[in-house]
Each structure stands twice: as C-alpha cells, then as structure tokens.
Write a new protein. Structure first.
Length: 396
C-alpha cells in the first residue's frame, strides 16, 4: 500500500507539472539592438536573466537559460542577439511555451554614459493562439537599468498573469533593483568563453552587489562542477530562501556537506529540504547522513525509500549496509541479493554479501565500509519541477 501511495503521488505531481507547463509556460528571449550598439549587447542578455527570476518568484512557470540554450542548439541558432520574429517563435515552439517574450532596446549615448537615455520594448506573443498578448515599454536613464528591468518584470507579470495579487509598489519593494555594474559583470560572466573570465566576472558581480543572488548561485555551480565541495558550500550557503533556485541549491549544498564528512550539517539541510520536497533522492541522502552518525532513525527512511523505488539498487544497498552494521546478517544478505539481481556486476554488493554470509562485522570491517553508503547527487527533473512548483506556490 505504501509503494502504491508513493506511486500515485508521483503520477499526480508529474501530471500537475505537465499541466502547468502546458498552461502557462513562458520563455523570455534576449532583446536585440542596432548593429552600432554591439558594446551594449549585454543589456539584451540581462533582460531574460532578470525577468526569469522575477516571474519565477511569483509562481510563473518560466523556462530558464539552459533550456533556451538547448533550443538554440537544436535549431542551430548561433547568435541570440540578432534574431527575427520567426526565429523567436521557432524557439518558443521548440520549448512548447505558451508565451514568447522578445523585443529590442535602444541606448542614445550621452556624456556621462550613465545619463544616456535607454528604451526597453517587449512584445508578448501567445504562441498557441498565434496572437499578440501585449506590448510593454519602459524608458529612463542607463544608470537606472536595474529599476527599469524590475518595472518591466511587473508589467510582464500583469500581462500574462493579471490575477497575481501584487501591486507595483509591493513588487518593487520586494525586488530591489540590481546595481548596473553588478548586472553587467554577471551577464559577462554568464556569456564568457573561458573559465577564468567566467569566474572573474561572477566574483566581481557578487562583490559589487551582495544582495544579487544569481552570481552567488552561479559561483556555487562553478565549484560544484569542479567537485570543489568546500568552495561550492561557501557560495551555496549564502543564497536567500526566496531565490527561485534555492531548493536546488540546498540539495547541492547537502551533497557537498556529505562529501566533506560534515554529516550533522548534511542532516540539517536534507531534513529541512525533505519537508517541502519529499523526494526519494532527498530522503535517501537524509538517511545516509543519519547512518553515518550511527543514528537508528536512518532505518525508517531507508525502508521507506527502498520500498518506494524498488528498481534502484542504491537504495537497497544502503538498507543492506545499515542492517549489516546492526548485525542483522540474514536480512542484510537478502537486500544485497536484491541489489545483485538488479545490478549483477556490483562488486561492492558482492563483497558485502560475503561479509553477511560470514557474519563478519568486526571493527576493521566496519571501518572499511564506513563511507560506503550511496548518496544521490542529482534529482529527478520531472518530480522536482512538480514539487518545487507546489512549494513555490505555498511559501512558508
């Protein structure tokens, strides 16, 4: 019955996620400008970054940069700063977005440059109904770009989801404007062609505006990709709970804590995360952090997650390992046999089965397998999207 309930919950959540994507998914594309304004092209890239974060924090299912870049690669689009209406619509259709948001900007240069007038114009297309859903235009000084983009975010929110209960005053108060220099450094870091430049610009952006969460997340991701768990933890732990990718960052932070042997800290992260994202990967990692502290509570989580995901050998392995440590050799041996049924080449499971049959749990043997528990370093995308959307719609 427990397995059935888990399965039904998962199916319902995935269905909710799919329905949400089909009903209100939005893609914001880079703004274009005249060829003589190439030095300002970073502004066009900044708009989707800022608007994506603003709309996501208000419960809008918005497609992110990575999804957009995958669509560009699929469609063989090399230059996103100079696209046509037809190209923008192709990208939106490739992503199955309901709304496509695109447009242009214009800077009229003056001295000092910060006082240069700038105009940002957006067109909103309902791709599925093949009709225009609105036009948005803001203008001001270049030095006020952060404020202009935040206001643009509010107007876009009201264009595609007028039912969201927030006034412009409340919106602007909730989302402080990003410093111009920090925003430019962030975009240049995102679009940098080498790692040194990426790191330098992102670090500069984080230093210039400490409230700007996006470069902090990107720096955490930078070190995560390099398996530098200490530095990744440093940056990921700085993120505020209202950041749209906070829960993903918390999962990464928990994994980094496990990798560093900081098991109480990992337990705290995964326990908190599991209350809002009851996913098997998170429960398994919580169980691992408990098991490595020899806490009996680990058993109930291991039993539940291995029952919920019977085809995953890692969960059964972890349960077998816990039972072996408890000197329940027969029960542990049965779990390791199940692992080998699923993964016959699993050498660790074979060795552990041998220890079970020999009823060997000496201190040297325990020391040898102290860190043998298997934790997950990635989440199921569909289930995470569904649960995260639900959590975002019901903030604590």
């Amino acid at each position: 019955m427990r397995r059935l309930s888990w399965f039904l919950i998962l199916i319902l959540l995935v269905a909710v996620a799919v329905h949400a994507a089909q009903a209100s998914s939005v893609v914001v594309l880079p703004l274009i400008t005249n060829a003589d304004q190439d030095k300002y092209s970073w502004i066009g890239e900044s708009v989707p970054e800022v608007l994506t974060e603003l709309l996501a924090t208000h419960g809008i299912f918005i497609l992110d940069r990575e999804q957009r870049l995958r669509a560009y690669r699929t469609l063989s689009i090399r230059d996103s700063s100079n696209t046509t209406l037809a190209t923008n619509l192709k990208v939106a259709m490739e992503l199955d977005a309901e709304f496509a948001v695109f447009g242009e900007f214009r800077v009229t240069e003056r001295e000092p440059v910060a006082d240069s007038p700038i105009t940002l114009s957006l067109r909103v297309m309902n791709v599925r109904k093949w009709r225009k859903a609105g036009e948005i235009r803001v203008e001001g000084r270049l030095s006020d770009l952060g404020v202009l983009e935040t206001r643009l975010g509010f107007l876009l929110l009201k264009a595609i989801a007028p039912e969201v209960p927030v006034t412009e005053e409340e919106f602007l108060a909730r989302h402080p404007a990003i410093r111009l220099d920090a925003l430019e450094s962030y975009v240049r870091g995102l679009t940098a062609e080498n790692e040194e430049a990426r790191h330098r610009f992102l670090t500069q952006a984080a230093r210039l505006d400490e409230q700007f969460a996006a470069p902090i997340f990107q720096l955490g991701l930078f070190y995560w990709e390099k398996s530098n768990h200490r530095q990744a933890s440093y940056w990921l732990a700085k993120l505020p709970p209202d950041y749209s990718q906070y829960r993903e960052a918390q999962f990464m932070l928990g994994v980094c804590e496990l990798q560093q042997g900081r098991y109480p800290e990992a337990e705290t992260v995964f326990r908190s995360l599991y209350t809002v994202l009851p996913m098997p990967e998170i429960e398994n990692n919580l169980a691992v952090s408990l098991a490595r502290q020899d806490k009996p509570e680990a058993l109930e989580h291991l039993v539940r997650v291995s029952g919920a995901e019977p085809e995953d050998p890692d969960y059964r392995f972890n349960l077998g390992l816990f039972l072996w440590r408890a000197e329940r050799y027969d029960d542990a041996a049965e779990r390791f046999r199940e692992v080998l049924d699923l993964a016959p080449e699993d050498a660790e499971a074979t060795r552990m089965l041998g220890r079970c049959l020999q009823k060997e749990a000496s201190r040297p043997a325990r020391s040898a397998v102290h860190n043998l528990d298997r934790f997950k370093s990635a989440l199921d995308d569909a289930q995470f999207t569904a649960l995260n959307a639900r959590a975002a719609a019901s903030p604590e």
